[in-house]
Design a protein around this ligand. Structure first.
Ligand SMILES: *Cc1c(COP(=O)(O)O)cnc(C)c1O
Length: 427
């Protein structure tokens, strides 16, 4: 292995994700020995000569990754740039995938994926409820403009329920994709990825082609759940949340087989949904501490969830660690996830008035949407993240006027619990 550049880490297949998250994808010897990645702030790349330019463009069209070193073939930063390449290598290794494409937000990753891989007139089966942006893209853009038919699965751990959604979709037209969000936002509903992948494979006989199974892995992230190992074709993550971890940037990624990622990279070029060099650099830096942050946030979340469950003014806590023993959701969760995550909802006894009184009495916890940052964030779902969902549909999905979402951070658990305790006293 004498040809390996100094610091190369092709042994990464055997390494743990916490190790991959620290240094994989960056080789100091290729960057003047700089211990940490430089930020390549350039929009365009200078060719050595005309033949180099030709080779670089040939490489891009053939889908070859621009290598560092003598035959590097970067062209223009919207196509690819060194910081994006480093982040893609690291995310692909974390997701245990052949390839990865990163985007300037989770929604950029979602829209580039859906608009590239779903054809007009096809149907899309999806878990429910969906992240608001995904829901809007399918129902407000792709349904009216492209004749795409979205069909919701009622219970994504139940084979009959999934099959019934699939049959409904097939009645409309070819099923192009199954979009899975698990655990779902904000109620931590669980979908069985392996079961859905098996159903998708069966469809190959029925309709002549297999629908792609895509998992939105944002709520768990690569350390707690690996959708590709469960049989999914693509794993999408909003890097804005746990990967960034500091609520200071937006990003997204999609990992999977090279043959599926390559069209996404080409579509990214024409849609201009690439992630900028500084954003990539910040994410490379943030990923290094993701293991530590995840461990601490998960531990805090378990303590906060127990405190809330035992509190007389709290009616319900939907923490994944509390899924009922013996249920299909519990069995799936235990097989599929390495932890319960740190975002969940609880209902207080009362409604909007009581919820607002409690939220406005908080001194430490910050009132904001989003999740996965170092700081604990809290919000009233019905009047923020789910404000645009009609009341009847919102309540049917389990979000009531008493529902409060909590993204537990890495502060000291006693301070988070103390703040919640004093605020609950004010109801
Ligand atoms: C935040 C989020 C997204 C969208 O990501 P952005 O980076 O905000 O565009 C998609 N899916 C889920 C589950 C999310 O929580």
């Amino acid at each position: 292995m004498a040809d390996l550049p100094l610091g190369a880490d092709r042994d990464h297949q055997a390494w743990h994700p916490e190790t991959i998250a620290v240094g994989h994808g960056y080789h100091p010897a290729e960057h003047h020995g700089s211990a940490k990645p430089p930020v390549y702030l350039t929009s365009t790349f200078v060719y050595r000569d005309s033949m180099h330019a030709k080779t670089a463009h040939e490489g891009y069209i053939a889908g070859r990754a621009p290598q560092s070193g003598a035959d590097e073939g970067y062209i223009y930063a919207r196509l690819d740039h060194p910081n994006m390449q480093m982040l893609q290598d690291r995310m692909a290794a974390l997701d245990r995938a052949e390839a990865c494409a990163v985007f300037n937000s989770g929604m950029a990753a979602i829209s580039t994926t859906l608009l590239s891989l779903v054809r007009p007139g096809e149907s899309v089966v999806h878990t429910s409820p969906l992240y608001g942006g995904t829901d809007g893209l399918l129902n407000n853009l792709m349904a009216p403009a492209h004749g795409v038919k979205p069909v919701a699965i009622a219970d994504a751990v139940d084979e009959a329920s999934i099959t019934s959604a699939v049959d409904q979709a097939l009645a409309h037209g070819r099923l192009g994709m199954i979009w899975v969000e698990t655990p779902s936002n904000p109620l931590a509903g669980i979908a069985d990825i392996a079961l859905i992948a098996r159903i998708a494979r069966r469809l190959e006989l029925q309709q002549g082609s297999r629908p792609l199974v895509v998992v939105d892995n944002t709520f768990m992230g690569p350390l707690l759940q690996n959708p590709l190992e469960q049989g999914a074709d693509l794993c999408m993550t909003s890097l804005t949340k746990y990967a960034s971890g500091h609520s200071d940037l937006l990003g997204g990624s999609v990992s999977g087989r090279f043959a599926l990622i390559e069209p996404l990279r080409k579509m990214r070029t024409v849609m201009g949904t690439h992630l900028d060099p500084h954003g990539c650099w910040l994410l490379l830096r943030s990923l290094e501490t993701m293991g530590l942050r995840t461990e601490r946030a998960c531990r805090n979340a378990a303590a906060v969830a127990r405190f809330l469950r035992d509190h007389p003014k709290v009616a319900r806590v939907t923490y994944a660690g509390f899924l009922p023993e013996g249920s299909a959701a519990r069995a799936t969760f235990e097989r599929q996830c390495a932890g319960a995550g740190s975002t969940f909802v609880f209902d207080i006894k009362g409604g909007e008035v009581e919820a607002f009184r409690m939220l406005d009495a908080l001194k430490l916890l910050r009132l904001a949407v989003s999740l996965g940052g170092t700081e604990t964030l809290i919000c009233h779902s019905a009047t923020t993240t789910h404000f645009s969902v009609p009341k009847a549909r919102r309540e049917a999905s389990g979000v009531t006027d008493a529902t409060i979402r909590l993204s537990v951070g890495i502060e000291h658990e006693a301070d988070i619990i103390g703040d919640l305790a004093q605020a609950l006293e004010r109801i």
